[in-house]
Every structure is written in C-alpha cells, then in structure tokens.
Design a protein around this ligand. Structure first.
Ligand code: ZN
Length: 265
C-alpha cells in the first residue's frame, strides 16, 4: 500500500498541531475543486450515515472506535430504526424499533458522541428528495469533514435500504455544497458545506484500508450490544469478526483491517 492510501493516519498527526478552520467556502467555491488553502485542514468531524442500527458496527466499527480514540468527533445518523429486523411474529415493529435504538445507543460506547434516528420505515427506505433534504440539513448543521456511508454500487447488494442509504448520503454530500439547492435551509449558521472526504464501506472497490488491530475488541464489544441481531454468544461473534477482519487485513498487510472506497473532494 502506498503512503497516499494511509493519509488519514497522517491527518491525525497534523490534527494535533493545527488549529481548526471550518473551511467555509464562499459562493465562488461551490464546485468540485477544493481550494488549496484547505488541503491541510484538520479532518475532525465525522458523520456516519447508514440504514440500520448495527450497520456502523458491522460495516466499520473498528475504524470508528480508532478514530474516536484519536480525537475525532463522530455522530451516527441512522435512517431507519431497524423495526423489521426480527422473524418473531409476536414482536411488533414499534417494540423492536425501541429496542434497537437502545442497543445502538449502548453500542456508541466505542466513543461515538451522538446517534440520530430519522425513523424512516425499515425495509422500505427510498432515496426521496425529502430524505435528501433531511440529510443536507444535518450536513449543513454538523459540518462534517468526513462522511462515512454504505457503498451503493456494491454488486448484487440485495438489501434495498443499503442501496438507498448509500445513494442518499452521497446525493446529500453533493447537494449540501450548493447555494441554490434546498436554499431555504440557509439561515443562521447553516451555510453550504463542503465535505472533504467520503469513506464508503461494504465496497467492491476498496482503495483504503484502516488498521483496526488495536480496536478489534472494542468493535466486538459494540456489536454484542445488538443482541436482537447477533444473539448473546460473545465468543462466536468475536471469532466471526476476527476472521472477517483478518481476511480484509491480508489485503493490506495488517493483522485486522476494515476497507473502504475513499472519495476526496
Ligand atoms: Zn443494514
């Protein structure tokens, strides 16, 4: 792997010596080319957008734990509360949603600061203009330097929520930068916002690997919080996660890793 692919680790190092600049762009900077002055900006705020409780932990829980420990401010946005994620006919979707939100809040013990639930219906998520509007609003409010999302272009990705969540997140990252899209949101401190980097997990086209060897235990701790989905057999879960992460790690020469498609703006 090249040094270039390891750049976010370098970003952690520069974060300690640089002061924060939010990099607000004026009207002339609403298109794709980032001004050179912003290149060394600290990439501190992270917004992870996913479909269901447990997506963050299954997708990239080790990376989130590592980044949180390194001082990044991480917020999760979950588009549904996973209310259909049970085959128990006696469990009502509303009950399950409450349980899964509690599980997700417990799982943020990895160091994640906040979890926001948009409560769209599980299994029926659609990348509508209304969903995009909500996400653009959150991006303009939280001003993330990094957005983490599901890769919507993964081949044979059957879960419609995963496709829709990834597409909506990317569409919102793009729209949030533009002055004349959802312009009614632009008042107070809500201004067009340019996200600097997007990391897509569950991808077929990985070009960035995060070494999560020191965070693998924390990832399992977070995953076991999702008892409605993973059961209570910690040993079995630990084995499964370590095997999977070791396989990804082989691609990059790390004991355990998580992989992403990285898009820089
Ligand atoms: Zn999911």
């Amino acid at each position: 792997m090249s040094e270039e692919q390891k750049r976010p680790d370098t970003a952690f190092e520069t974060a300690e010596v640089q002061t924060t600049g939010d990099g607000q762009s004026g009207p002339a900077a609403t298109h794709a080319d980032a001004p050179p002055a912003e290149e060394k900006e600290e990439l501190k705020r992270v917004l992870l957008i996913a479909a269901h409780p447990d997506d963050p932990e299954f997708g990239c829980g080790g990376t989130m734990a590592k980044w949180a420990a390194a001082g990044k401010e991480i917020t999760y946005v979950l588009l549904t509360s996973g209310d259909k994620g049970s085959r128990d006919p006696n469990l009502r979707p509303g009950q399950l949603a409450t349980q899964r939100e509690e599980e997700q809040r417990a799982a943020k013990a990895t160091g994640v600061q906040d979890v926001i639930f948009l409560r769209h219906p599980d299994g029926l998520l659609d990348n509508t203009l209304e969903l995009r509007r909500q996400l653009v609003h959150l991006i303009r409010r939280h001003k993330p330097h990094i957005v983490v999302a599901i890769d919507p272009w993964k081949h044979y990705q059957l879960h419609p929520d995963h496709r829709a969540a990834g597409q909506a997140a990317l569409d919102a990252v793009w729209a949030a930068r533009e002055w004349h899209i959802f312009g009614e949101q632009l008042h107070g401190d809500e201004e067009p916002w340019r996200t600097k980097e997007v990391y897509l997990f569950w991808t077929d086209n990985a070009d960035y690997w995060e070494d999560v060897s020191d965070a693998i235990g924390t990832r399992v701790e977070a995953l076991i919080c999702h008892a409605s989905q993973v059961g209570t057999d910690r040993e079995k879960l630990d084995k499964r996660i370590r095997e999977r992460s070791a396989k990804v790690g082989e691609e990059a020469g790390y004991p355990y890793a998580e992989s992403f498609k990285l898009i820089k703006f």
